[in-house]
Design a protein around this ligand. Structure first.
Ligand SMILES: [Zn+2]
Length: 333
């Protein structure tokens, strides 16, 4: 039977087949050796002892052979596993995706940092405003044509989403006596259809300086320094007379085109200048509303769109890209 077993064992190539072979010879009910052992009862005591010893030796040999083969399979499996699951520690690791700062927030921060370096305090205020703070206190009474320019999103007869950051000027002046030097960055809302340069929500930064003896020259000097810091040292700044209800005199502020350095291009419509913000000396009517002595104090204010600055700085034609948050766009910053 040993020879037969050896013939059976030879072609066995896996643990499953080996288990079948073990059943064939050693299974308690049907195993060939078990069956032989059962036949011993019919023999004489002397024959039984001799045959029993032979069978037990055979059984031990078979078991040993099976165990040996089993061990060999295990070792092969392990070797295979090591070969296929080997880790090459010299390969570079996976790079973890890193987040970035949104381009609008980047410009927002830069504008804040420049202002803080120039001695301004950053303040904020509510986005839901009353008609009083958004319009009345800024010298825009009911029926004033300037209200039509700012398509307002009303929440009720007296509450609205602020159309500019200027209400925070009023709130700050009500709480604080001059001297005052603040900037107010924040979200503002208009009832505008979305296109390349309009959005119902955008960002502004407002500035306000109030003290004794503040003049238009201070306004010009401050904005020149600010804009040269924000764009570049060779940026030219010019002021054109304009009208805003809460300042007198008022001005539109232009910078020399950052794309063509004033030579004329598509962005500046060949003029060499880009309009960047509105500014002016604070209207005496506004000081009156907050209880400032307008014989004693003067001040200036300005406001600009953070989104517009970001569009110019990063040369983004369409402001919608800032809000769609397509990761392919944002990854460029
Ligand atoms: Zn240009």
């Amino acid at each position: 039977m040993w020879d037969e077993f050896c013939q059976d064992l030879e072609p066995v190539s896996g643990s499953g087949e080996l288990s079948d072979l073990q059943d064939k010879y050693l299974s308690r009910k049907r195993g060939l050796i078990s069956l032989e052992l059962r036949k011993l009862g019919a023999l004489t005591p002397q024959e039984r002892s001799e045959a029993g010893q032979q069978l037990n030796e055979l059984k031990a040999q078979v078991q040993a052979a099976l165990s040996e083969r089993q061990a060999k399979f295990k070792e092969e499996e392990r070797r295979l596993q090591l070969a296929t699951e080997r880790i090459d520690v010299t390969l570079p690791g996976y790079e973890a995706a890193r987040g970035g700062i949104h381009p609008l927030r980047r410009v927002w921060r830069q504008m804040e940092e420049i202002s803080v370096r120039m001695g301004f305090t950053v303040v904020s205020g509510p986005e839901i405003e009353s008609d009083y703070y958004n319009f009345e206190a800024l010298n825009i009474p009911k029926g004033h044509p300037a209200r039509d320019d700012q398509d307002t999103l009303y929440l009720s007869d007296s509450l609205l989403l602020r159309t500019h950051t200027s209400p925070v000027q009023i709130r700050t002046m009500e709480k604080q006596d001059p001297p005052l030097k603040i900037v107010v960055p924040g979200r503002v809302y208009r009832r505008d259809a979305t296109d390349a340069t309009h959005s119902p929500m955008f960002h502004q930064m407002e500035g306000l300086v109030v003290d004794e003896g503040i003049t238009l020259a201070d306004l010009k000097g401050t904005l020149e320094v600010f804009l040269k810091e924000l764009f570049s040292a060779d940026t030219q700044v010019r002021f054109r007379p304009s009208y805003f209800p809460f300042v007198e005199p008022g001005a539109e502020v232009d910078i020399s085109c950052i794309f063509c350095s004033g030579k004329g291009c598509r962005v500046c419509k060949s003029s060499g200048w880009i309009e960047i913000m509105g500014a002016g000396m604070v209207h005496s009517r506004v000081f009156e509303m907050v209880g400032y002595d307008w014989d004693k104090y003067t001040g200036f204010a300005w406001g600009m769109g953070i989104d517009r600055i970001a569009q110019l700085k990063y040369q983004v034609d369409d402001s919608r890209l800032f809000f769609e948050n397509d990761i392919r766009f944002l990854r460029q910053f």
